[in-house]
Design a protein around this ligand. Structure first.
Ligand code: GUN
Length: 302
């Protein structure tokens, strides 16, 4: 099949960011400049790249960002104290603590400390709860929200569709399943969440109209696991060693793209699929946080 079945995440993210520029102009007219703080703990190479991309996109849109880099051995109390200062800073509308955190830091305590109204990552338990309840005043986590947006903007019908999500992580798999089973537009699907204890994952996958790989296993989804015509979304970013590549590794997704693409109805390339949408949704959440803070909405549906 020609590459006509690709879902172009970069183009869809660019369209979303163009819409946000309009909202930025409306905010500027009221002297409001959205502000976002990044917090990175340690020197995880992937986290450095991700935060760097997010900073760059902020600059392109005119969102003011600041980045706090703490050493790997930072005490949890010091990180919490920084979050308290950022929570209190009225110039900041959003706070993002990049995961993963060092093992000695209790992740849930950290994400609980970010004020729900500044939690543009959607990781605070208040926002996780609002997602489960279908309450639109919460912030949705950026990667699953970006995938939902990809599906909607690609004209994929989700209502009544069989969706299979591979992976039950808190950042993608679990919130993705919760989002797509809501009784609302762009959702209303029958969702199966598969994980390491699932028996016969391939059989579940073959039933999927929409198959979402967020399992963190290189090229896990093979052609024989995909129903012809299915929509395939690849969230995976996995390092595999490759002595011939720069740095001795290359990045592959959770989907064996070359063999799956001819079977799929639509498929995300990787890179260029989900990744740009994660960043676009972070920008979206930050602009919305600024709008809410400026009192544009008394309630804050998307
Ligand atoms: N690490 C991987 N994805 C994410 C994300 O969406 N937000 C944060 N804070 N960390 C991540």
């Amino acid at each position: 099949m020609p590459p006509g079945n690709l879902i172009d995440g970069r183009a869809i993210a660019a369209a979303l960011q163009a819409e946000l520029k309009e909202r930025m102009r409306a905010l500027a007219a009221r002297s409001v400049v959205p502000g976002l703080a990044f917090v990175r703990v340690g020197e995880d190479p992937a986290s450095k790249v991700y935060v760097g991309r997010k900073e760059k996109t902020c600059a392109e849109l005119g969102i003011v960002s600041e980045t706090h880099v703490l050493p790997e051995n930072t005490a949890e109390a010091d990180l919490l104290a920084l979050l308290d200062r950022l929570n209190a800073d009225v110039r900041l509308h959003g706070i993002l603590v990049q995961a993963p955190l060092p093992r000695h830091i209790h992740q849930e305590r950290v994400y609980s400390r970010v004020l729900p109204e500044k939690d543009v990552d959607g990781f605070n338990p208040v926002n996780v709860g609002k997602l489960m309840l279908g309450d639109p005043t919460g912030f949705l986590p950026c990667t699953p929200a970006g995938i939902k947006e990809l599906l909607v903007r690609s004209g994929v019908k989700t209502s009544g569709a069989e969706v299979v999500v591979l992976g039950r992580g808190n950042i993608v798999g679990k919130p993705m399943a919760a989002m797509l089973c809501q009784k609302e537009q762009g959702a209303n699907a029958t969702v199966t969440l598969c994980h390491s204890a699932t028996r016969d994952i391939a059989a579940h996958c073959r039933r999927a109209d929409i198959l979402i790989g967020a399992i963190g296993v290189p090229e896990f989804v093979k052609a024989g696991m995909v129903k012809p015509g299915a929509v395939v979304i690849d969230v995976g970013v996995n390092r595999v060693s490759d002595p011939g590549a720069r740095g001795g590794y290359r990045l592959v997704g959770d989907v064996a793209f070359a063999e799956v693409q001819p079977v799929a109805g639509l498929i995300t390339p990787n890179p260029g699929g989900v990744g740009p949408m994660t960043i676009a949704m972070l920008m979206h959440n930050t602009v919305r946080a600024a709008e809410v803070a400026a009192g544009k909405h008394s309630q804050s549906p998307n």
